[in-house]
Design a binder for this molecule. Structure first.
Ligand code: GLV
Ligand code: GLV
Length: 329
């Protein structure tokens, strides 16, 4: 029997499987992220932590939990909230929850944002709600077509590829950037590799799909924004700190970019207040994976990984593969 701490209640009834399997499950009593102090107290003596991306799981927290801590199962695709190296050094298994359902949900949200920013949907809806619609007019809320435009996908992993595939429906040219050109993806998706500067210069829409690492932190900054095509759009459904928010505000104010559609922020849950008053921004509250299908699958996978690990089977979405042979048991 293992002791499992769940840092916040998650949708669906997957947690019941842990109890049915004979484990002791403690779910945080708060419907909010725990403070660092609360987290330290809550994890003491547990074997497994089921964490959310709003929980910072570092080496100190792992040590506070105690030497019996075997696993951190992160209810998220991204795992930049976890010090994976600290976990590996301690023999702690880390798993995450990527799946078709979640990746598709994020890709669909990316397109929802692309269409909404191109066609000024939020701004127009707000005007209508305020009673601003007085009848058809030739020149209100003019946006831009997607058809024939160029989409730049930065990071062509699972989600980036799904975003790129959907661009075919709009007959867009798709440029992508990643560490190495990917001939297979080029054949499969009809995408074209471009060095970052070229991608920024040629794309009408730039969409970010890289993980947050020291390399990608603030990769979109004053310099890279200046390299973007004038009047282009930026979409971020990846991680906020990939973009220097202050620099983005300035680029929008200067008209260098026509708009930005963001689901994630540099310092969540804080959002630069200027984004909230500019008409050419869309700010969704980190909901790209918020579909019933995706969140249900995330619960199934986060719990499934725990059951696998406790049964001595390698979880399908093991983040630190090198830990397996030397893991804590
Ligand atoms: C959401 O941002 C996730 O990483 O799952
Ligand atoms: C618009 O409603 C049109 O008919 O052109």
């Amino acid at each position: 029997m293992a002791k499992i701490f769940v840092t916040r209640k998650i949708p669906g009834d997957h947690l019941e499987k842990l109890t049915k399997d004979g484990h002791e499950v403690v779910i945080s009593e708060f419907n909010r992220p725990l403070t660092g102090e609360e987290l330290v107290k809550s994890v003491a003596g547990v074997d497994v932590i089921l964490s959310l991306l709003t929980d910072r799981i570092d080496g100190d927290l792992m040590d506070a939990a105690g030497p019996q801590l075997k696993m951190v199962s992160n209810y998220a695709v991204g795992f930049d909230n976890i010090d994976v190296k600290a976990a590996t050094d301690r023999g702690i298994v880390v798993a995450n929850t990527p799946s078709e359902e979640v990746n598709e949900a994020v890709a669909e949200h990316t397109w929802a944002l692309a269409l909404a920013i191109a066609r000024r949907i939020v701004e127009a809806d707000e005007a209508t709600r305020r009673g601003g619609y007085k009848g058809w007019e030739p020149d209100i809320f003019l946006g831009v077509n997607l058809i024939g435009k160029t989409l730049g996908v930065i990071g062509l992993g699972r989600i980036g590829s799904m975003v790129a595939r959907r661009a075919r429906g709009y007959n867009m040219t798709v440029l992508y950037n990643k560490h190495e050109p990917d001939p297979e993806a080029e054949k499969d998706l009809g995408v074209v590799f471009a060095p970052l500067d070229e991608l920024l210069a040629k794309s009408d829409f730039v969409s970010l799909h890289v993980p947050l690492t020291e390399e990608t932190r603030h990769m979109i900054n004053k310099e890279s924004l200046a390299k973007m095509k004038k009047g282009s759009f930026l979409i971020n459904t990846a991680r906020g700190p990939i973009v220097d928010e202050r620099d983005l505000v300035e680029a929008l104010k200067a008209g260098q970019l026509s708009g930005a559609a963001l689901d994630v922020y540099d310092n969540e849950p804080n959002i630069d207040p200027e984004f909230l008053v500019m008409p050419n921004t869309i700010t969704t509250p980190h909901i790209a994976s918020a579909t019933w299908e995706a969140r249900n699958k995330m619960g199934e996978d986060a719990v499934g990984a725990i059951l696998d690990c406790l049964a001595g089977e390698k979880p399908q979405n093991l983040v630190n593969k090198e830990v397996w042979e030397k893991r804590r048991k």
